[in-house]
Design a protein around this ligand. Structure first.
Ligand code: SAM
Length: 274
C-alpha cells in the first residue's frame, strides 16, 4: 500500500475510533504494515476497498482498532524521568505511604506494552530504594489492551537493545542471558502483576500512589477520549499521588494536577477530581 493511501485512510478512520491522527504521523509505518496485511487477509485490493468494507461491516472496526496500537517501548525510557522518580518522587510517595501505615506502594503502568515500564520500576525500587524503606513493598500493576504484548511481558525476555538504557549494574543483576535474549530474574518480577485492560473502557479497582500513562492516551487518543482517560487516571490516584506522562505529551486539563517541582512530565494530584 502506498504511504499516501495509508495516510488518507488513517486520517479518515482514526477519528472514528476516537484516535488522533497527528499522534500516528511519525510512527505510521508499523500501523500501515498491519493494515496492508489485513487487506491481503480479507482479499481486498486497496485502502479504498477497505474503507468500503468497513462501511458495510461494522464488526470490522474492532479489528481495525487492534491494528492501530503503537507498541514501541524500552526499559528506562526517557532517562531523566526515571532519574527524577528515583531521586524525588518515589522517596516522597514512599515516605507518605509509611506515614499512613501502608505496607505497599501501589503503582500502575497503563499501556505497559511488553512489561518494560513496570519492570523498570520494579528494578529501580529493588536496586535503589527498597533498603531505605524497610517494611514497604512496591507493587506494580501493568495493564495493556493487547494480550499478545502481555504474553511477552509474562515471558520477560528481551533483546539487549531494549535494556541498554538501564544503569549497567542494575542490568547485570536483574537479567540473565538465555541465548540471544536477556531474561528478567524471578526476584525482580515479584510485585509486578499484568492484566489485560482497555484504558478507555475499564478501570482497576484500587487506588494508586503512582500512575504512569506515557505515550498512549495523550499522544494517540482524540481530545474527548484523552480527557476521559485523564478523569479515569485521576479517579484512581490518591490525593498527593503522582501521574507521569510522556515527555512529549501535554495534559488535556490541569484541574486536578500541579507539576511536580523540577521533574519533567510528572504531576501531583492536588484535589479530588471533579
Ligand atoms: C507506545 S506504547 C507505550 C509503552 C510505555 N508506556 C512506554 O511509554 O514505553 C503504547 C501502549 O499502549 C497500549 N494501548 C493502546 N491503546 C490502549 C488502550 N485503549 N488501553 C490500554 N492500552 C492501550 C498499546 O498496546 C501499547 O502497548
Amino acid at each position: 500500500m502506498k504511504d499516501a493511501d495509508c495516510v488518507a485512510f488513517l486520517q479518515w478512520a482514526l477519528p472514528q475510533l476516537g484516535l488522533h491522527w497527528p499522534g500516528f504521523r511519525k510512527v505510521r509505518r508499523q500501523v500501515c504494515r498491519r493494515i496492508a496485511a489485513r487487506l491481503r487477509a480479507l482479499g481486498l485490493a486497496d485502502a479504498a476497498a477497505y474503507r468500503g468494507h468497513l462501511q458495510s461491516h461494522s464488526g470490522e472496526w474492532p479489528a481495525l482498532a487492534a491494528l492501530c496500537t503503537v507498541t514501541i517501548s524500552r526499559f528506562y525510557r526517557d532517562r531523566e524521568v526515571f532519574d527524577c522518580l528515583g531521586a524525588a518522587v518515589l522517596p516522597a510517595l514512599a515516605a507518605a505511604a509509611l506515614e499512613r501505615g501502608a505496607a505497599r506502594l501501589e503503582c500502575w503502568s497503563a499501556g505497559c506494552a511488553s512489561g518494560e515500564e513496570p519492570y523498570t520500576l520494579a528494578i529501580q525500587w529493588r536496586m535503589a530504594l527498597a533498603a531505605r524503606f524497610p517494611g514497604l513493598a512496591l507493587h506494580v500493576l501493568g495493564t495493556d489492551v493487547d494480550e499478545a504484548l502481555l504474553e511477552r511481558a509474562r515471558a520477560a525476555c528481551y533483546r539487549s537493545s531494549s535494556v541498554e538504557a538501564l544503569p549497567a549494574a542494575w542490568r547485570e543483576q536483574a537479567f540473565e542471558r538465555r541465548g540471544r535474549l536477556l531474561c528478567l530474574r524471578e526476584a525482580f518480577r515479584a510485585g509486578v502483576e499484568l492484566e489485560r485492560q482497555d484504558l478507555a473502557a475499564r478501570l482497576p479497582q484500587r487506588q494508586f500512589d503512582l500512575t504512569l500513562c506515557r505515550n498512549l492516551a495523550f499522544t494517540y487518543f482524540g481530545a474527548a477520549l484523552a480527557r476521559r482517560a485523564l478523569e479515569h487516571l485521576a479517579s484512581r490516584l490518591r490525593p498527593g499521588g503522582a501521574l507521569v506522562i510522556g515527555v512529549h505529551e501535554n495534559l488535556p486539563s490541569f484541574d486536578s494536577f500541579v507539576p511536580w517541582p523540577d521533574c519533567r512530565a510528572v504531576f501531583r494530584r492536588s484535589t479530588a477530581p471533579s
